[in-house]
Each structure stands twice: as C-alpha cells, then as structure tokens.
Ligand binder design. Structure first.
Ligand SMILES: Nc1ncnc2c1ncn2[C@@H]1O[C@H](COP(=O)(O)OP(=O)(O)OP(=O)(O)O)[C@@H](O)[C@H]1O
Ligand SMILES: [Mg+2]
Length: 458
C-alpha cells in the first residue's frame, strides 16, 4: 500500500503568486514533482498526494495553523515546513506545537530550503523503513519491572525470587543509577509483606546527629528542638522493609549502634530508656566498594557481614550493552506514557549510538537521555540527532578499504555507492534517485562526473 511515487512530491502553499512561481521553478529544477495551492482549503484538499508541504501562515480561507491542525489527525500527513514572513516567537512555538517539521522565515535562503526539504524527505524515508520499536508487551509493563535480558539480569530476577521468601538482610551493590533502589522495592513487592510499609532512608542526605534520630526516633526533650516524641524509621517500617540507602556513608559510631540492632533486634529511641524491637526486614545498598572500606578501616567488618547475608551485585550498564535495546524499548514506552508522546520508531544509527556509549550514569543516565530525546523528537522517530551523546566510532566497512589497506576518500565512497545502487536497480535511474535521495539532474551529473557506465554482466 505504498502510494509514494519514486519522485518526491512537494506541495507549495502560498497566496503570493510570485512566491509560488519561484519555489515551483526552483524545486522543479531540483527534480521534484511540484504542486501548488493558494489557500487553506486548497492545501488541505491537495495534502494527500504530497510528501512535503511548504506552508505559508497568512492564507485566505484559514491560516496555516488551521492547515497544520486539520492535517494533524491524518495517518500519513505530509511533512510540513512552514515558510512565512512571521518572525515571532508565538507563531514559531505554535507551529512546532502543531507538528511543523521546520520553521523558515522569508526571505528564504535557497540553500537552507534545499537542505530542509532534503532532510524532511530523508526522515520520512527512514521512518517508512523502520519497524515499530515498542511492543505491546513493553507498553503494558507495570512500573517497577527490572528490564534486561543479559545473564546477569536474569540472575538478579532469580535472586529477587529467592530472597523475597526469606527475611534475611540483603546488600545491593552497584554503581550509581544501576537500579539498586528498584531492586530493593522489587524484593519488597515480591514478598509476603508487600502491603506493609517500605521505608527508605538515604544515609547521605542527613547530618550524623539527625541520622541517628531519624533512624531510631526520639522522645520529647531528648535534644534542643525535640518538641515532641517522634518515631524513627525503624519503627515506621513496622513489619515491612527498611531500606538503608548509601549505607557506606553512615559514621562509625552509628555503625556500632546499627550492628547491635541487627544482632539483637533491639534499640532505644534517642533520650529514651525503653527498649524497642526491630521487626522490619533490612535491605541496604551502596555504590561504594565496602570490601575496600573494610580493608581501610572505614567500614566495620562485622557490620559488613551482617548486612551482606545475601549480596546482589548490579553490574554497570557498559558491561551489559545487550540489555540496551530492551531497556530502550521499555523506557521509551514509560516515557511516552509519562509525557503523553508516541515516539515508537528508533533508527539503527540511534540504537548503535546508544549501545556504543559508556553510560557512566548507567540506567538513570539512559533514561534521562531518552526523555530528552523524546521531548525534542520530531514526530514519532527517535534518531541520533536527538541524542546528546558521543558519536559512534566509525565502523570500517571492509569493502571500503582498498588492497593497500588505506581508507578511501569521500568521493570514492560516493562513486562506489552510486555504482552499487545503479547495479542494484539495474540502472533504473528513477529508482536510483529515490534510494539515493537525490534529484535526477544530480544523478546524471554524478554518472557523468564519475564516468559510470552500464556494464553487461560478465
Ligand atoms: N533494569 C532496569 N530496568 C528498568 N529501569 C531501571 C533499571 N535499572 C534502573 N532503572 C531506572 O533507572 C533509575 C535509577 O535507578 P535506581 O534509583 O534504582 O538506581 P540506584 O542504583 O539506586 O542509583 P543511585 O545510586 O544513583 O541512587 C530509576 O528510574 C529506575 O527505575
Ligand atoms: Mg539509589
């Protein structure tokens, strides 16, 4: 049901006849099939046949905004490039909101126009060849799912299953952003205590004195400012889960107190003599190397062993790049849901770039990067231009290295590629133009320039 002709069709919408004529002549010479319309209803009526529409904003019979809005609901509307004299913020914002691909201000620089039309067509062409990246399964994932398919992630799933049936302490180790809190919550949710509280304490966020009273609670008058009795997190966790995040950051004296709590399951609130019972299950997490800290004497060895009855290690994302496609799929579905967007196509170049990046901030960084790309995406395609991360190392195509092993020039690659496409299309120049995304005059010029000739098969 591909209705596109090999020659790309451009619809020029402008009420100014001389502008229509100029653009028509220019784009015709570039090898495009050109149609024109002079008012909003005419633009809407002619839109179906066009791949790219150059749209003026001030039009008779409705504005360019009306045209954008009217075409927004169509399944395959033309890619709309606004070409207008209105050089103001409000119009620009509105046009982009309504789905315009680009906003050009008159008088239009002809090279810029040529480039924009080309890239609009290229992005449509890319889009047509992309498979939907998001499956229904991914769309339906509840939040809290640990995505991945690497052996380590499968192992983590099993560990969660195993530890969730016990109340043994668990230590979760991994770099920042690897999903430590996600795993802690998953253990809680998978356990029989899921309806009970999950109380997280970030041990870095609090000054040492405050941390102690946060954990254990205090009674009225225990210290200046203790105006009333206050339960600690240990108490608030009840028979649920107490999550001690960034456990490596707790000071030595508190380490001793915490050790006692874990050993005897009893503690006292600050300023109180009564003994309290710890009933919660304890999960701790850290991005630090606790073994090294124990060796240096900055973390108590006995506490370390108490906490890590079971240890779940989350490897950095760079060591499991195979998880990236599944993560991208699941995270995109979630981001679309959160932002009310529908970015469902990912170009191979974008995916390659995502897989090549080292992700020092791990899954959190990946999530943030994708969120930004989704916000800025034009239409429903995520391509590499929206990714603010380093370019991929060029992959040497062995076919592009000559016998001496030296790399070819750009011209040489172009010559070979055009020759390859001509062989592929059996010298059907219209099809070759469509594949190469160049105009017929350009193709003829290149054939001439590179001295390409149709050869009979040997
Ligand atoms: N395997 C995964 N599947 C889906 N989302 C993940 C995964 N790992 C991490 N995330 C997401 O990445 C973000 C960071 O995860 P989380 O907060 O659990 O990391 P962390 O290890 O606790 O990081 P930090 O040390 O910075 O606190 C969260 O939004 C989380 O949902
Ligand atoms: Mg965390």
């Amino acid at each position: 049901m591909d209705r596109r002709s090999p020659v790309s069709r451009i619809l020029i919408v402008d009420d100014d006849r001389s502008i229509r004529r100029t653009l028509e002549k220019f784009l015709g010479a570039e090898g495009y099939e050109v149609a024109t319309a002079q008012d909003a209803p005419g633009a809407i009526a002619a839109a179906d046949g066009a791949e790219v529409m150059l749209l003026d904003l001030g039009l008779p019979g409705g504005s360019g905004f009306d045209v954008l809005a009217a075409l927004g609901d169509r399944t395959r509307p033309p890619t709309i490039v606004v070409v207008t004299a209105r050089d103001d913020m409000q119009s620009t914002v509105k046009a982009i909101q309504l789905g315009a691909y680009e906003y050009l201000v008159k008088p239009v620089d002809i090279d810029r126009l040529r480039a924009v039309v080309k890239s609009a067509l290229a992005s449509r062409n890319t889009r047509d060849h992309l498979e939907e990246f998001i499956s229904h399964a991914a769309e339906a994932q509840p939040s809290g799912v640990i995505l991945g398919k690497s052996a380590v992630i499968r192992e983590v799933w099993k560990q969660i299953g195993a530890v969730s049936t016990t109340r043994a302490p668990v230590l979760i180790a991994g770099e920042s952003g690897t999903g430590k809190e996600l795993v802690a919550r998953a253990i809680h949710t998978a356990s029989a205590d899921r309806e009970r509280p999950f109380i997280a304490v970030n041990c870095t966020a609090l000054a040492p004195g405050i941390l102690e009273s946060e954990l254990f609670g205090h009674v009225k008058g225990a210290f200046t400012g203790a105006v009333a009795d206050r339960p600690g997190r240990l108490e608030l966790a009840g028979k649920g889960t107490l999550f001690l995040d960034e456990i490596a950051e707790i000071p030595m004296d508190l380490q001793a107190k915490l050790l006692r709590v874990l050993q005897e399951r009893t503690y006292e609130r600050v300023g109180d003599a009564r003994t309290m019972q710890l009933e919660a299950r304890v999960i701790a997490a850290t991005h630090r190397d606790l073994v090294a800290m124990v060796a240096k004497g900055t973390f108590r060895e006995d506490l370390y062993y108490r906490l890590r009855v079971v240890e779940i290690a989350l490897p950095p994302l760079r060591d499991r790049a195979g998880d990236i496609p599944v993560l991208v799929e699941g995270l995109l579905a979630k981001i679309n849901r959160d932002l009310g967007k529908d970015v469902r196509y990912v170009t191979p170049a974008a995916l390659a770039r995502l897989q090549a990046h080292a992700w020092p901030g791990n899954v959190r960084e990946l999530e943030n990067t994708l969120t930004r790309a989704v916000v800025l995406a034009k239409g429903d395609v995520l391509d590499e231009t929206g990714l603010p991360i380093g370019a991929v190392q060029p992959q040497g195509d062995p076919a592009d290295v000559d016998a001496e092993g030296s790399l070819p020039t750009l011209r040489e690659i172009e010559r070979r590629h055009i020759a390859r496409v001509l062989v592929h299309t059996e010298w059907n120049k219209r099809r070759a133009c469509a594949i190469l995304d160049i105009s017929r005059p350009t193709l003829d010029r290149k054939i001439e320039e590179y001295g390409l000739r149709r050869e009979e098969p040997a």
